[in-house]
Design a protein around this ligand. Structure first.
Ligand code: DGL
Length: 271
């Protein structure tokens, strides 16, 4: 048993998709979340910059006594996980492995769509993992760089004409390829689930990487005998690198509870 909190980070709001599922599966766990809202998006940046930012994110989280750190960001998971894992003596888990397995299990016709940030698609990490599960699966990948700013600006509701237009343009070739499974390879994208699902149609299974990663985190903690022994609900604390107000509003909307009091700003350049 380990009562220490779990650290979770992302470039912004996207990692909340993992937090939401973690809180559903293991409500007694305490969570310390960092969203690098001052520097989002990461996905359009170089590998060197993503690694530099991710090192600071991990260094900040390591000021807390944590039992594990969850990289709830597709971009950092596909681009910097190996580097971070080699530098840190704490379990660090990314989103790719569980999502690749879920996609390989879900597809019936062997055609899987993958959407993510430019850095994620460039890395080829999901494709390698999916091929490791089943080399016969064909992956059709596309970077969707406008999705993250849409989400960070709260533009993810059905009926939002900008979100729907952007989604239709990005997803058209993936839909035309006849995929029956679509990996939302960036943790921000599940906030657009309804928009994406409406365009792709009911026959396409959407894989939420944040959710899959949370399921895997709970399994791993259980296997390590490191789940908390606490009986009351665990607290979540949120730290951001820019204004707390926007994050608090959108996070409260997404998590369906008021997190306003639990959000603080940090100067990430100190780490
Ligand atoms: N949530 C991050 C991801 O999963 C967003 C990346 C970005 O900031 O561009 O890739």
């Amino acid at each position: 048993m380990d009562n220490r909190p779990i650290g979770v980070f992302d470039s912004g709001l996207g990692g909340l998709t993992a937090v939401k599922e973690l809180r559903r599966l293991a409500p007694q766990e305490e969570i310390v979340y960092f969203g690098d809202t001052g520097r989002v998006p990461y996905g359009s940046r170089s590998r060197e910059t993503i690694i530099r930012y991710a090192r600071q994110d991990v260094a900040f989280l390591r000021t807390f006594d944590l039992k594990a750190i969850v990289i709830a960001c597709g971009t950092v998971s596909t681009t910097a996980l190996d580097v971070l894992a080699a530098e840190n003596d704490i379990p660090l888990w990314g989103v790719v492995e569980a999502a690749a397995q879920a996609a390989a299990r879900a597809t019936r016709n062997g055609r899987v769509g993958l959407i993510g940030t430019q850095a994620t698609i460039r890395s080829g990490a999901y494709e390698r993992r999916i091929a490791g599960e089943d080399p016969s699966i064909r992956v059709v990948a596309r970077a969707c760089p406008l999705f993250v700013p849409l989400v960070e600006n709260g533009r993810f509701q059905v009926g939002d004409v900008v979100a729907e237009t952007v989604a239709a343009e990005y997803l058209a070739p993936i839909k035309a390829a006849g995929v029956d499974t679509l990996v939302l390879g960036c943790t921000h994208y599940p906030l657009l689930t309804e928009v994406i699902g409406a365009y792709m149609g009911p026959g396409v299974t959407l894989v939420n990487v944040g959710e899959q990663c949370a399921v895997r985190v709970v399994e791993r903690l259980a296997a390590m005998d490191a789940l908390t022994g606490r009986e009351e609900p665990g607290e979540s604390r949120f730290y951001v690198s820019d204004r707390v107000e926007d994050f608090a509003r959108l996070a409260s909307l997404f998590l369906q509870r008021d997190v306003g009091e639990a959000v603080e700003q940090v100067d990430i350049y100190r780490y």
